[in-house]
Design a protein around this ligand. Structure first.
Ligand SMILES: Cc1cc2nc3c(=O)[nH]c(=O)nc-3n(C[C@H](O)[C@H](O)[C@H](O)COP(=O)(O)OP(=O)(O)OC[C@H]3O[C@@H](n4cnc5c(N)ncnc54)[C@H](O)[C@@H]3O)c2cc1C
Length: 289
């Protein structure tokens, strides 16, 4: 099917893009990599009057560490992040996520921020960046506001973004010493969305106790989920095999997957348990190494 007719604009600044959104009176949509929006338009699940192409806005290409955060601008693609040596060295959770998002072709065009705004509960970045305790930076006519990603991701395909706002960047806290992270995903074939996936970000004390932990669950409910019970039971504990097993079981209990062609509810819930355990083991091994 071909998309419905639409107007097209390619602003050069964020301010221009916001003005265009306002002027479109709810009929405008931001176009970033187009990897979710274009298929939706082709199926006529989306029919915007105006496409606002943000690929030519230089300020949205920011991708650097600053003031204790990694700043990932709206036009940073999965592929760019995957190839970054800095991410590979200091953000292993993000590096291991980027490698398993879609396929190389989609990764070259699709953006991390576009994926977050799309808010598919089976999207990998929601779970990974909840684990990383990332912040969403939203810009609109009234200026900029920042919120935890947990608050940005509201429900299936629903975010806290207003109609005239843009997700201009996500900020990921730079992990302190003795930190590790990992993303584990099970998929039917390369390039598929997750049957289940789990992201873990971990910081240990010199004695091996858990000082900070984030656990995000993908395809485990109507929205990317934080495994709060599992996180709570790990804080202050020595991260041994017993505490990992208990936390993985708690994450599985909190998961609310639905049955579909990728698997039954019990199977998916058990995969959450297995993948949480694997991600915690991998994060701990990275710290020890
Ligand atoms: C074959 C295929 C396989 C895929 N597999 C996976 C997978 O395994 N895992 C996974 O997580 N994803 C997967 N995806 C989805 C895809 O990776 C992301 O959803 C996509 O990259 C979204 O980013 P984009 O830049 O392409 O966004 P677009 O498609 O351009 O936009 C998506 C939505 O977000 C809005 N938007 C985009 N950027 C902004 C912004 N900065 N501010 C405000 N609104 C914005 C758009 O208006 C639109 O509503 C797959 C997609 C395809 C086509």
């Amino acid at each position: 099917m071909i998309p419905a007719a639409f107007e097209y604009a390619a602003p050069k600044t964020v301010a221009e893009a916001i003005a265009l959104l306002r002027g479109a009176d709810s009929g405008g949509k931001i176009l970033a990599g187009g990897q979710s929006l274009v298929p939706m338009m082709r199926f006529r699940l989306a029919a915007p009057n105006l496409l606002i192409d943000i690929t030519r806005i230089p300020e949205l290409r920011i991708f650097k560490e600053e003031s204790g955060y990694l700043r990932i601008g709206a036009m940073v693609t999965h592929g760019e992040l995957e190839r970054s040596a800095m991410v590979g060295e200091r953000y292993p959770l993000l590096a291991s996520t980027a490698r398993v998002v879609a396929d190389p072709i989609v990764r070259e065009r699709g953006t991390i921020c576009g994926s977050l705004v799309h808010a598919d509960p089976a999207g990998d970045w929601g779970a990974a960046l909840i684990a990383a305790r990332a912040q969403a930076v939203v810009t609109g006519p009234a200026g900029e506001r920042t919120m935890p990603l947990d608050d940005f991701l509201v429900d299936t395909f629903t975010t806290a973004l207003g109609e005239d706002e843009i997700l201009t960047e996500v900020r990921v806290p730079t992990p302190p010493a003795l930190s590790g992270g990992n993303y584990q995903k099970i998929e039917r074939k390369v390039g598929d969305f997750a049957t289940a996936a789990v992201g873990v970000q971990l910081t240990l004390s010199e004695q091996g106790a858990v000082e900070a932990v984030g656990i995000g669950l993908c395809a485990a409910g109507p929205v990317s989920l934080r495994a709060t019970a599992a996180e709570g039971m790990l804080i202050g504990k020595v991260l041994d095999d017993a505490s990992i097993t208990a936390a993985a079981a708690a994450a599985a209990t909190q998961a609310e997957p639905t049955a579909d062609t990728r698997g039954a509810i019990d199977y998916k819930r058990d995969m959450v348990r297995v993948l949480t355990s694997r991600a915690l083991h991998a994060a701990r091994a990275a710290i020890r190494a």
